[in-house]
Design a protein around this ligand. Structure first.
Ligand SMILES: [Zn+2]
Length: 319
């Protein structure tokens, strides 16, 4: 260091350095510049073995947050911290909070605001299961299931008829599921592989790693990058296009509305369904039809393309 210039003078920085080195020479000789950076990241986790750091404030662990739905009254509320004794914020009932994992044969009723996981190969017979989320990997066709939030299906899932109709459904990541009956549900989120004829009433989302094959009739579809789709599609937004379903395929003139564009019109063009249909084309091209079942007639695949375009005319009319 350039101390030779003025032997008697030490500036502030140097004195600090000197004191530091005095203290922890042997153990902590590492690059002094890098050290603080490392400490920061460590301290934020749970490291307290830093004598240099006086009163480290990086120790603010946020209490965990739980979104609960009361199985008694259906009220949804949030609880922070540990779930020791939880009372419904509305009906004041004390709620069970544990998660359950079911293997083998199960006959007992369960009520919890946690999650119940019926493992692959397990069978639930005659029991009523009420939970926030119910994960089904086994045979639950003889059970009474009441999820307050959603149902997750895994490989080997068997559900009682009609169960899924009123619920959001997730197809679990890593699962492979082939359904023989038409899947009717609210929203459908595909994280795994699903082969089915599906008619969800809500949004269909194919997540990265997810794959849908078969037939899909829905009003909204999103295929994320990394998600696959190889299906006979009918995506028809409900409200704005009453006429759209069958007739009107000829009035496709997306190039026409070159005129004035009011903000209102712009807003209309940004309907989620259109973004979805654009993505859909990409995805369906990407996804190779590997297990093309003969019943999903290939010629149908031209239909949705026509329909897809019909969703564009509405904004033009408004001009
Ligand atoms: Zn309640």
């Amino acid at each position: 260091m350039a101390r030779s210039d003025k032997p008697g003078m030490i500036d502030g920085f140097m004195s600090v350095q000197a004191v530091r080195h005095q203290g922890d020479r042997a153990p902590d000789q590492k690059p002094a510049k890098d050290a603080p950076a490392v400490e920061k990241t460590e301290a934020s986790q749970s490291d307290s073995a830093q004598p240099q750091k006086k009163a480290s404030i990086g120790h603010t662990a946020l209490p965990s947050r739980h979104e609960l739905i009361c199985y008694s009254c259906g009220y949804a509320f949030v609880v922070t911290g540990a779930l020791n004794k939880v009372f419904c914020a509305k009906c004041r009932e004390q709620l069970e909070t544990g998660d359950h994992s079911i293997e083998g044969e199960w006959k007992q009723d369960i009520r919890t605001v946690g999650k119940v996981h019926v493992k692959q190969g397990a069978t639930v017979v005659g029991a009523t299961i009420i939970a926030t989320d119910i994960v089904i990997g086994g045979d639950c066709s003889q059970a009474k299931l009441q999820p307050t939030r959603r149902i997750e299906l895994g490989t080997g899932a068997a559900t009682p008829p009609g169960l899924l109709d009123e619920h959001p459904v997730h197809i679990r990541a890593g699962s492979r599921l082939s359904l023989t009956t038409t899947l009717r549900c609210k929203t459908l989120d595909v994280y795994g592989e699903l082969q089915a004829t599906a008619e969800p009433t809500g949004m269909v989302t194919i997540h990265p790693g997810g794959m849908f094959r078969g037939r899909l009739k829905a009003s909204h579809l999103v295929v994320h990058d990394g998600g696959g789709l190889s299906a006979d599609l009918n995506i028809t937004p409900e409200a704005p296009a009453k006429q759209a379903p069958k007739a009107g395929t000829t009035k496709t003139s997306p190039s026409k509305p070159a005129g004035v564009r009011t903000p209102a019109q712009k807003a209309k063009t940004e309907k989620p369904a259109q973004g979805a249909s654009a993505k859909k084309t990409v995805a369906s091209k990407k996804a190779k039809r590997t297990t093309s079942p003969s019943k999903t007639a290939p010629k149908r695949s031209s239909q949705p393309k026509g329909k897809k375009r019909t969703s564009k005319p509405p904004p033009r009319k408004v001009e």
